[in-house]
Ligand binder design. Structure first.
Ligand code: UDP
Length: 242
């Protein structure tokens, strides 16, 4: 297929957004019963669940560490989340994303507080339309908070990129596929610290700081929505309460 037009002369993107706008976002905490913590996060048509178990005993036991918890992370796309036929097992891409998501989360979780245990994070993409790793990270940090795991901060994430020669915030699938660059970024906003930054494609030296500033603007809004979602669950009056 030839490259579709991604931005009109009036600066409107394929889904009606301007260059600096996020997709409609929905976040909910504590959506699953069986796990210790969970979250659902939606960025437009990208929909992701995250579930956390632990800290719990490590199996097999000899894999446990004497001085800290092990953080396990599995990022997975369900077979119905994409159009094409997706292999049932873990693809190389899913193994890589599980690793970069885990490394980003390890920067904020106080693992040394739970020696000889594991904290297991499962991320399930149920619908993919661009930005699944950033949505997954955003959901995973909410699920960790919901599980009561002590953390220095939440992680908020979004991709910025370049389409039709213009920098844009929060790429959707067509923008990701046909654009010139895609740069997912995750931050611990309290420390102004970047915990994940990847770049697929090319952007110039001059564009890089502008792209970073655009991502930060989006991340601050995502961070605000995360805290709101947590407050909604934890400051709600118990049923029948005062
Ligand atoms: N995608 C897909 N099939 C795949 C992998 C990705 O359809 O096996 C689509 C999906 O919409 C995804 C997008 O391509 O969100 C961009 O994928 P990328 O690898 O850049 O990761 P993401 O942006 O989701 O973090």
């Amino acid at each position: 297929m030839s490259k579709p037009k991604l931005i009109t002369e009036d600066g409107i993107r394929t889904d009606g957004r301007r260059f600096d706008e996020l997709r409609p976002i929905r976040m909910e905490v504590g959506v699953l019963d069986k796990s210790d913590g969970s979250a659902y996060v939606e960025f437009g048509k990208t929909r992701v669940f995250a579930a956390v178990f632990g800290p719990r005993e490590v199996h097999p036991r000899h894999l446990s560490l004497p001085d800290r918890a092990i953080l396990n992370c599995r990022y997975h796309m369900t077979s119905f989340s994409v159009e094409e036929r997706k292999p049932l097992g873990m693809t190389r891409r899913e193994v890589e994303l599980s690793k970069v998501i885990r490394e980003a989360l390890e920067t904020v979780v106080f693992l040394e507080e739970f020696p000889r245990t594991s904290i297991d994070i499962y991320i399930e993409v149920v619908q993919a339309d661009g930005g699944t790793r950033t949505t997954g990270l955003t959901a995973a940090s909410l699920a960790l908070a919901d599980a009561g795991i002590p953390m220095a901060d939440l992680i908020a994430a979004v991709a910025v990129g370049k389409v039709d020669g213009q920098l844009v915030l929060d790429l959707n699938d067509v923008e990701d596929k046909y654009g010139e660059a895609d740069m997912p970024i995750a931050m611990a906003p309290r420390f102004n610290s970047i915990v994940l930054l990847q770049l697929n494609g090319r952007i110039s030296k001059d564009e890089f700081p502008k792209a970073l500033a655009l991502a930060k603007k989006g991340i601050m809004e995502i961070y605000r929505l995360q805290r709101e979602a947590l407050k909604r669950k934890y400051s709600a009056t118990p049923e029948g309460g005062m």
